[in-house]
Design a protein around this ligand. Structure first.
Ligand SMILES: Cc1cc2nc3c(=O)[nH]c(=O)nc-3n(C[C@H](O)[C@H](O)[C@H](O)COP(=O)(O)OP(=O)(O)OC[C@H]3O[C@@H](n4cnc5c(N)ncnc54)[C@H](O)[C@@H]3O)c2cc1C
Length: 413
């Protein structure tokens, strides 16, 4: 059904993509954000559109990896002690998801979304200037030792089973693709398909500009309370309210409380991540995002500089950032790319919205057909924004989204 009034809560990549997709279907859309557009994770990520990504975060043996990592000074994974009691229920579910049968199911359901990620981006940007911010080149992971590469065997077997293409590179193949990398890598895993967004914050903001130029409305507004009426739904701020036919909750890591108001208790937590910007001169040294498989950081060549992105930190939504760990990775980045200038330009922290099974929550609320969810895109929100927006638009229009929606339901846990 077209011509509905829809409020989209959250102006990150998911909300911006959703607003555009709903607008294309002829709905009147108001996009709201409590801080302003792109105030969350969509601003500072690594910008990789990882087509056909299928390995969930909870993999067999992750429990041992977690214990090993907690003690390491350069560890990519940390839990603040004060947050541990709150994180524990999420962690236990996460460990449950690392059972082989669950991993196979989660990989299949993640792949069902990511396999058309690039196509969805192409569709969203076609006929606009947004495509200028997309770069081809794929995604490369490099490994210093046979042992660290052997750790990818299970992930590769998942990719094989699902038909997700990748290439294994030897040292010469790695140097051919990225000649400025130090010749210290024994193995590479290269996903040739896939894109990179050369400035994720600008991309999200320009998508919102496009939405506004087509008659959409953006409003600074904090969704504090949702009230289901007889023939509408009302979103309340402290002093204001917006009535709509439908509401889409796309507030990233902040979506849990809003979903709870509609009766869905969802185990959403945040995996906080960090970036550190190095000078623009260093950006020219890479063609594509390159991930160190040994240290779990990414170097991404952005328009404004080389972005060092890493870390999974469990500390909740409000604790102050701790930039020491991302700073401590600069020598490792220099070991990877010896010609970089290591002068810090800026640092940033963002909240990835994550569920224990690495799948987002999509579709209608369990108890209300005026509310739809689109949150929990974890490490793949830039990849999946346009793809999940299309699913939401299909559901609002009453079209078949051509995907089994059950794995993404809010009440699946
Ligand atoms: C270091 C790092 C690297 C990453 N790299 C990649 C990558 O290479 N590729 C990839 O695909 N993904 C990557 N990600 C993940 C990706 O950034 C996220 O999955 C994605 O940005 C989530 O988008 P979102 O729109 O759901 O949430 P957000 O971008 O966080 O947006 C949520 C918005 O909702 C607003 N909001 C919250 N509560 C309310 C409320 N009550 N009322 C109104 N507004 C509200 C917030 O102000 C915010 O603007 C990375 C993340 C990090 C941290």
């Amino acid at each position: 059904m077209s011509g509905q009034n829809v409020v989209v809560i959250g102006a990150g990549i998911v909300g911006a993509s959703t607003a555009l997709a709903l607008q294309r279907d002829g709905h009147q859309v108001i996009l709201i954000d409590r801080e302003g557009p792109c105030a969350g994770a969509s601003f500072g990520n690594a910008g990789a559109i990882v087509n056909e990504s299928c390995a969930p975060t909870a993999m067999p043996g992750i429990v041992f990896d977690v214990f090993r990592m907690i003690g390491r000074p350069l560890s990519p994974f940390t839990i603040r002690l004060s947050y541990l009691p709150r994180a524990l229920p999420w962690m236990l579910r996460f460990l449950n998801e690392s059972r082989r049968s669950r991993v196979n199911a989660n990989a299949k359901n993640l792949h069902a979304l990511t396999k058309v990620a690039e196509k969805s981006w192409r569709r969203l940007t076609s006929g606009t200037d947004l495509g200028d911010l997309l770069r081809p080149g794929g995604w490369l992971k490099v490994y210093e030792s046979d042992k660290s590469f052997a750790g990818t065997a299970f992930a590769r077997s998942l990719m094989d089973e699902l038909g997700a293409p990748y290439e294994i590179l030897d040292p010469a193949g790695i140097q051919e693709l990225e000649p400025h990398l130090a010749p210290i890598y024994a193995h590479g895993l290269f996903v040739r398909e896939g894109l990179m967004i050369s400035d994720p914050g600008r991309m999200t903001n320009e998508m919102i500009e496009l939405f506004l130029s087509r008659g959409g409305r953006l409003q600074k507004f904090t969704a504090e309370r949702l009230e289901i009426g007889a023939d509408n739904i009302v979103v309340h701020d402290r002093s204001d309210s917006l009535a709509a036919d439908k509401v889409v909750i796309a507030a990233g890591a902040w979506s849990r409380k809003l979903a709870a108001q509609i009766g869905d208790r969802v185990p959403l937590d945040t995996e906080r991540g960090y970036h550190l910007m190095l000078p623009a001169s260093s950006s020219a040294l890479l063609e594509r995002p390159v991930m160190s498989g040994d240290h779990s950081f990414v170097l991404s060549p952005m328009d404004e500089g080389l972005r060092l992105a890493s870390q999974v930190e469990f500390a909740g939504l409000t604790a102050a950032p701790n930039y020491s760990r991302i700073r401590s990775l600069v020598p490792a980045a220099m070991r990877m790319l010896p010609a970089i200038s290591t002068k810090e330009q800026s640092v940033w922290m963002g909240c990835r919205p994550s569920l224990p099974d690495s799948l987002p929550v999509l579709g209608y609320a369990t108890k209300c057909d005026r509310v739809l969810y689109s949150f929990g895109h974890q490490h793949l929100g830039m990849t999946l924004g346009p793809r999940t927006a299309q699913i939401t638009a299909d559901l609002v229009a009453g079209r078949d989204p051509q995907i089994d929606m059950r794995p993404y339901r809010a009440d699946r846990f």
